[in-house]
Unconditional design. Structure first.
Length: 435
């Protein structure tokens, strides 16, 4: 039987305590995920680098120090504390670098535009030839500078309220037992996006580099109390070519290719388009039975889509606060994407809009069939109420979804009444807010 939404706001005072250690304390690196706190608590749980000896506890303040502390991605337990701001677009002497540093000698952007304009190249085939090869080499050079692989048994923890990573892409690939907490991430920019004339009706500029990627069978990851955004560089700032946004951002936080047992909690995700993708391909049938992710108590603010978009996975989405601004640089498209064989179980999420919208737009079908949803509250400009989002979607769409997802979450600590969610999440989510 579905639960009703409580209107007793005092329930918000029943604090969800993730930690008893201040965000300014190095002891934060010894903390582990609580039992039952989402899919990352499954089995042996998630402890990150909590067992690291003193010789594998590092405090770093620039990219070189961080790379050295990661130890080439080995599995030795380690704790890495981030102090201050670390910019990834720097050379070996920590001097800033940009597109001119990465650009291949044979790459010329104006020549690229002339060669691949729709009037010259058309829309029937993907771009190819010497200029595209030079673009790819430029992109590869940037990748070598800004992408880092995180090894097993690692905790990466921000010290205080001002730990920040700018332009870096963290990848967890085929590893396990990782914790990332209390860091502000400014999304990396791909200085050399590729024009794909076959992408959609008009073509699109496609970029590389997610902020954080959990992929290739990685297991047991806890991502908590971070802030993710496009920072100073919004999509509109990049202009348009061929009538399409010159897109230099990809995702903020993606879970793909058979990754499992991930908990994403108390983060702020804001000012971005393609936010979180769980499952990267409709044809990746091997993802069936994997992509088990819990997403709770996150603050989604001024975003466009993928909050999250899911294929295959059993994803528990609860007590998240979604806030949309019609004057934002990022226009709302949808929140919950129901992809192929996805099994989203959504409970007690709060959607706040500064205008009246059709609540049927909150769910978008991407060739899926089912989503369980209960306790959603939708607040518009003139009114707010509890809304059955599946019913609203089915009323607005020719595609009819059911709620038979075939599973019920058991790994959670407490699900708060929906009307308590805005105050709780705004007070607790993001960097510098660990109790």
């Amino acid at each position: 039987m579905k639960k009703s939404v409580s209107s007793i706001l005092a329930a918000s005072l029943l604090a969800i305590s993730i930690s008893s250690v201040s965000a300014s304390s190095p002891n934060l690196g010894r903390e582990v995920l609580e039992p039952k706190d989402g899919w990352a608590a499954y089995g042996e749980g998630t402890t990150g680098g909590a067992k690291a000896d003193s010789s594998h506890a590092f405090t770093v303040s620039n990219k070189s120090e961080l790379i050295n502390a990661l130890g080439g991605g080995d599995s030795t337990p380690k704790i890495i504390y981030i102090k201050g701001t670390i910019d990834f677009n720097v050379d070996e002497h920590n001097n800033p670098i940009g597109p001119e540093f990465y650009a291949d000698p044979a790459y010329d952007f104006n020549s690229y535009l002339k060669a691949f304009s729709p009037e010259v190249w058309g829309h029937e085939k993907e771009v190819s030839g010497p200029l595209e090869d030079a673009r790819a080499r430029s992109q590869q050079k940037q990748k070598q500078q800004i992408v880092v692989n995180i090894g097993s048994n690692t905790s990466i923890i921000g010290l205080g309220a001002d730990a920040k990573i700018i332009g870096g892409s963290f990848i967890m690939s085929g590893v396990e037992n990782i914790i990332i907490r209390n860091i502000e991430f400014e999304a990396p920019r791909d200085f050399f996006p590729q024009w794909d004339p076959t992408d959609g009706e008009f073509g699109e500029w496609n970029s590389e580099y997610d902020n954080v990627t959990v992929t290739n069978g990685t297991k047991h990851v806890w991502i908590d109390h971070n802030t993710f955004s496009d920072g100073e560089h919004h999509d509109k700032d990049f202009g348009k070519y061929f009538g399409r946004t010159y897109q230099q951002h990809d995702g903020l936080l993606d879970v793909t290719n058979g990754a499992d047992y991930v908990t994403i909690s108390y983060n702020v995700l804001q000012d971005h388009d393609k936010t979180s993708l769980i499952g990267s391909s409709d044809s990746k049938t091997s993802d069936e039975g994997h992509l088990k992710v819990t997403i709770h108590d996150n603050y989604y603010k001024k975003l466009t889509q993928r909050l999250p978009r899911v294929r295959y996975g059993q994803v528990h989405v609860y007590n998240n606060y979604y806030e949309f601004n019609s004057h934002s640089d990022y226009e709302f498209d949808y929140a919950l994407g129901v992809g192929v064989r996805s099994k989203i179980y959504a409970e007690n999420n709060y959607f706040n809009f500064d205008e009246d919208i059709d609540p049927g737009k909150i769910i978008k079908d991407w060739k899926g069939t089912s989503i369980y949803e209960d306790g959603s509250f939708v607040n518009g400009k003139s009114s707010g109420s509890e809304v059955d989002l599946v019913k609203a979607h089915n009323h607005s769409s020719s595609v009819q979804l059911d709620e038979n997802v075939g599973w019920k979450p058991t790994l959670y600590t407490k699900i708060q009444p929906t009307q308590a969610v805005p105050a709780l999440v705004k007070a607790k989510a993001g960097t510098g807010k660990i109790d």
